[in-house]
Design a protein around this ligand. Structure first.
Ligand code: HEM
Length: 424
């Protein structure tokens, strides 16, 4: 018998489906202890019924040891880095794990395949990372260790994306908002987890639709968050809006147990010095660029433009230079010089050239130096200069947030080939 696929996009239907005990995440098949398959088969996330309840209790016990306010302070003050790395390192440190940096590196490898279904089991790097993590979780019981790894994996990409999306939204928003309202609206407008998937273990019914045993169900969270019957003017980013909580963190009995921790970690990272935001943006761009020597020469269409590796690097550099010129002119009390970039509309013959190792080396030197100039400059400013900046235009703190949006150009090309990963 073939199974059907049902998709729900309305807020009320998504809520109903999330609460339906007959709709559960697809179970994971097992594998040898310490492998990726074993991890997926042993965590709460892909379990159901009493086994889910038992594993969820393990997660809740771990999370109860972590005070969200302390996490926020730790995420705001620890070493700089990409948001995902700060999230995992902060949690690992707070759980008392040794070598939190190496744990964060291993968790990012596991996170790359954790949600990929059983097909992801074949990833040797992920297997090696799980095997490395298992004895380092300070747990005698493998099930406790697996769920501690699961907790860190669940936190990694979702919270990192929330930070990226909130920075982008803040950079585009005409007025400044509190971190809390900014995060709440970002969770609705641009959710880190855009869809959830279920399989029917028994026949059931959602919004009048009959779902047979074995059918697959997609819950479109991003669409539900913009349901016009629930949110007024849903396509507008409005941190001051009111409305019911979004299904971004899921629903009982599987609602994200780390939601308060996620908000605290994201707020802590957003509290960090603005110079770091620019450095983290460039780090993200260069991580992707490291794979672009494998580019096949075909431009990537995004929105109404096309992008190539050279064009992405050019746009990121132009953007950094453009606002740097503006900030320096305003600090010097002079008029900013108008720019004459061709911007993204034009694709030059040079943009279409192959992206070689020498180009990559130049990109590293150029962009990392520009980022350092920005962060040295921003770090030397007083809080008043950052928030009530001289001259007309955005505050310099907001300019830094706006620059975080430059990842757009690099994301247009994306990750093109596996690079050598650091498997501890
Ligand atoms: C903005 C960031 C986050 C978002 C949007 C998010 C969202 C979600 C969602 C939607 C689920 C339920 C999945 C489903 O029902 O299929 C979930 C589960 C889970 N989340 Fe989060 N999460 C975030 C951050 C975190 C953090 C920081 C932690 C830990 C500190 C965490 C730990 C977990 C765990 C352990 C589960 C599995 C719970 C279970 O299976 O019962 N999450 N998360």
């Amino acid at each position: 018998m073939t199974s059907s696929v049902h998709e729900f996009t309305h807020y009320a239907d998504v809520r109903t489906a999330l609460a339906d005990p007959h709709l559960v995440p697809s179970p994971a098949r097992s594998g040898p202890v310490g492998s990726m398959a074993w991890l997926r088969n042993t965590v709460a996330r892909f379990s159901t019924g009493d086994i889910h309840a038992r594993r969820r209790a393990l997660l809740e016990a771990d999370l109860a040891r972590l005070d969200p306010s302390a996490l926020r302070r730790a995420a705001a003050s620890g070493p700089a880095g990409e948001a995902r790395v700060i999230v995992v390192r902060t949690l690992a440190e707070s759980l008392g794990l040794s070598d939190p940096d190496a744990v964060a590196a291993a968790i990012t490898v596991v996170a790359g395949t954790y949600f990929g279904g059983d097909g992801a089991d074949a990833d040797a790097d992920a297997d090696a990372a799980v095997a490395w993590l298992l004895p380092r979780m300070l747990a005698a019981e493998p099930e406790v260790a697996a769920n501690r790894i699961g907790l860190l994996v669940q936190a990694c990409d979702a919270t990192g994306s929330l930070v990226d999306h909130a920075r982008r939204a803040a950079g585009d928003c005409p007025v400044a908002h509190s971190t809390e309202t900014l995060l709440a609206e970002t969770l609705r407008y641009d959710p880190p987890v855009r869809a959830m998937y279920r399989i029917a273990v028994r026949g059931t019914r959602v919004a009048g639709v009959a779902i047979a045993e074995g059918d697959l169900v997609t819950l479109d969270i991003a669409a539900a968050n913009r349901d016009p019957e629930v949110y007024e003017d849903p396509s507008a980013f409005d941190p001051e809006r009111s409305g019911p909580p979004t299904p971004t963190f899921g629903g009982e009995p599987r609602i994200c147990p780390g939601r308060n921790h996620a908000l605290a970690l994201a707020a802590g990272i957003l509290d960090r010095a603005p110079g770091e935001i620019v450095e983290a943006m460039v780090e993200h761009v260069l991580t992707l660029a490291d794979t672009w020597t494998a580019w096949d020469g075909r431009p990537a269409p995004v929105d109404d433009r096309i992008y190539t590796p050279h064009k992405a690097i050019r746009r990121v550099a132009d953007h950094l230079v453009d606002h740097l010129a503006e900030m320096e002119a305003r600090l010097a009390g002079t008029e900013p010089q108008p720019d004459h970039w061709h911007a993204s509309e034009t694709t030059t013959p040079a943009d279409l050239a192959p992206f070689t190792q020498a180009d990559l080396d130049e990109a590293h030197s150029r962009l990392s130096r520009l980022a350092r100039i920005w962060s040295n400059r921003l770090n030397a400013l007083t809080p008043e200069q950052l928030d009530q900046s001289p001259g007309s235009g955005w505050s310099f703190r907001r300019l830094a947030l706006h620059l975080a949006g430059s990842v757009y150009y690099a994301d247009a090309i994306g990750f093109l080939a596996p690079t050598e990963r650091r498997t501890p």
